[in-house]
Write a protein that binds this ligand. Structure first.
Ligand code: ATP
Length: 224
């Protein structure tokens, strides 16, 4: 029997209210995201990738439609129920420093992420194992952009997330830094984390298990 999808989305519509009228960003999305591998949401600017990612990450509520997270209908949950689920779902922003406490050291960032999720301090083992050895006492500002984004991904592990959603995680980075991030996304997948990334970066697309294409708020294809 096929494993239950992590996300199961049906008829998802999302509208933004603006002073000049409503903008419909998503027009009835149907989508299943399996637990394994790297899922990439691809599409041109304005196609709705970030909106879909924010809805999956429970950062916003959809205007219409159903969104199941491991079979649980998140659209029916109250704020407390959504907050409880969010502990396991980690949403990452484009700009690496927006994902970190810039006044804390590398080690303190991991500790803070763990503490906020009610988990024990992961120590420096994660850093040694996943590409940031010897940086525990560095300031965040001493890391390259790629290393900062890598640390941000490790904070998701420290927080015990088993789903990581990243919005254009390489868009503010040069190619070399982008490679660090793509390698870490692969590490997370290898650790059994479900990873969904919005991106039009070829380096990210090259590592994708499946690519979901979005155009004008509609799914227009899926390739594996
Ligand atoms: N907060 C908002 N208020 C009003 N309209 C919005 C808002 N956020 C997004 N939109 C609109 O919704 C549509 C989808 O935007 P979204 O940011 O989800 O697309 P995207 O594919 O992620 O684009 P990009 O790659 O440029 O981030 C666009 O028409 C956008 O202008």
């Amino acid at each position: 029997m096929a494993e239950e999808p992590v996300f199961s989305v049906r008829g998802l519509v999302h509208r933004y209210r603006t002073p000049s009228g409503d903008v419909t960003a998503l027009h009835g999305i149907n989508l299943d995201v399996p637990a394994d591998g790297l899922t990439v949401l691809a599409g041109p600017s304005g196609s709705g990738k970030s909106t879909l990612l924010r809805l999956l990450g429970l950062a916003e509520r959809p205007t219409q439609g159903r969104m199941l997270l491991r079979g649980k209908d998140t659209t029916k949950l109250d704020t407390r129920g959504r907050r409880a689920l969010r502990k396991r779902v980690h949403l990452l922003f484009q700009n690496p420093v927006d994902n970190l406490f810039d006044y804390l050291s590398v080690r303190e960032n991991l500790r803070a992420a763990a503490q906020l999720a009610g988990r024990p301090d992961p120590g420096v083992e994660l850093l040694d194992r996943l590409g940031l050895p010897g940086t525990a006492d560095w300031a965040v500002s001493a890391l390259s952009g790629g290393q900062q984004q890598r640390l941000a991904l490790l904070t998701a592990l420290a927080a015990g997330a088993d789903v990581v959603l990243a919005d254009e995680p390489t868009s503010q980075l040069d190619a070399r830094s982008g490679e660090l991030v793509v390698a870490t996304l692969g590490d997370l997948v290898g650790l059994g984390v479900t990873v969904v990334v919005a991106s039009h970066d070829d380096a990210v697309l090259a590592g994708a298990t499946r690519v979901i294409r979005i155009l004008d708020g509609r799914l227009v294809g899926e390739t594996r």
